[in-house]
Design a protein around this ligand. Structure first.
Ligand SMILES: C=C(O[C@@H]1C=C(C(=O)O)C=C[C@H]1O)C(=O)O
Length: 333
């Protein structure tokens, strides 16, 4: 009998080869992948704006007004044993980079739909009754026979004096970034010929209502091998889960993530994307709020290496719990 993943992969391959536009979601564990032909999507169920490919644009001109936002992260005492489990495994040689994430309950007077409509992020998705995602991170883009991936690793508060230089010259951050770029080069080599690094460690600004974050990314590119031309389902099977939200090496790192996190990521850290009939593009589902029985849960994480310190990683996890609004008159905490 066909399982969900087989059907999903078959549909993406078929639609890709026939030039039929579609939109899709894949969860972290690839257990509940979903794909819709563009013509079958209803605004009452799904809203998306994926780098301009959209059925619902951002409400840039309208006024959001006051809103409340409150986060209740786990305590440092609860976080530390999880971090120590990861560091122990890194020291034992089972992983050299691992993305540790956790859920944070949040409260706001805004609805998931309002957060989608007013948020400012290059990749946004709203799935009725389930989640809203506003991601800054591209995963894979295919244009003609060129494939590119844009691993993001390295986050700093822009208000730190000389923030850009601080993060670019930080030894730990540089090592972490080099690792993720190596991993993505290796992953792309499975589906492409001639893989190269097009841009190394460029900075993106990510806007939250109370602060600006700087994020460091690189672009890795290659020439897509003929086997994968149009076969977007097969392509994703080779590349998922995305290296930037697992770590390396993937198989043993996945096992340690499972042990340390002790919760279900679900669609968080999966990917969302589209095919417009010509180009294929996908993004990593980070910056993500889920509906759990009427309560809002924000999921966030960061990369840990042998050089990481528990307080710093704990703070990064909390800093990433934000709403990405640009023009906010007043926030009530
Ligand atoms: C997992 C998350 O972020 C990932 C980890 C990053 C980092 O360690 O700097 C940056 C982007 C993401 O690939 C998240 O934001 O929830």
């Amino acid at each position: 009998m066909e399982n969900g993943l087989d059907t999903f992969t078959g549909n993406l391959n078929k639609w890709g080869n026939e030039g039929i536009p579609f939109v899709f979601l894949v969860d972290y564990k690839m257990q509940k992948p979903l794909a819709w032909k563009l013509t079958d999507i209803h605004l009452s169920e799904i809203m998306f704006d994926l780098n301009g490919f959209s059925n619902q644009k951002r409400k840039v001109d309208s006024f959001l007004g006051d809103f409340s936002f409150h986060k209740s992260p786990i305590s440092f005492e609860e976080y530390e044993p999880k971090f120590n489990h990861v560091i122990g495994n890194i020291r034992a040689g089972n992983s050299f980079l691992l993305n540790l994430s956790l859920p944070t309950p949040v409260e706001t007077n805004l609805t998931f739909k309002e957060i989608f409509e007013y948020s400012d992020a290059p990749y946004r998705f709203w799935l009725k009754d389930q989640f809203v995602c506003f991601s800054p991170e591209i995963f894979v883009r295919v244009s003609g026979n060129r494939i590119s991936s844009f691993p993001m690793k390295g986050t700093i508060d822009a208000s730190v004096p000389d923030a850009e230089n601080v993060i670019l010259s930080d030894f730990k951050e540089a090592a972490e970034h080099a690792t993720i770029v190596d991993l993505i080069r290796n992953d792309l080599s499975m589906v492409a010929e001639k893989v190269w690094v097009e841009r190394y460690r460029y900075i993106d600004k990510v806007q939250a209502y109370d602060k600006t974050l700087l994020q460091v990314s690189s672009e890795v590119a290659g020439i897509l091998s003929n086997d994968f031309n149009g076969n977007y389902g097969d392509l994703l099977l080779h590349l998922l889960p995305a290296g930037s939200i697992t770590g390396a090496p993937k198989p043993s790192t996945l096992k340690i993530i499972e042990e340390a996190e002790g919760y279900e990521r679900g669609y968080y850290t999966g990917i969302m994307g589209y095919f417009d009939g010509i180009n294929f593009e996908s993004a990593v589902m980070i910056r993500f709020i889920e509906n759990q029985n009427g309560k809002m849960v924000f999921k966030s994480g960061g990369g840990i290496t042998a050089l990481s310190n528990a307080r710093g990683e704990y703070q990064e996890l909390i800093d990433k719990v934000y709403l990405p609004f640009n023009h906010i008159p007043h926030v009530v905490y």
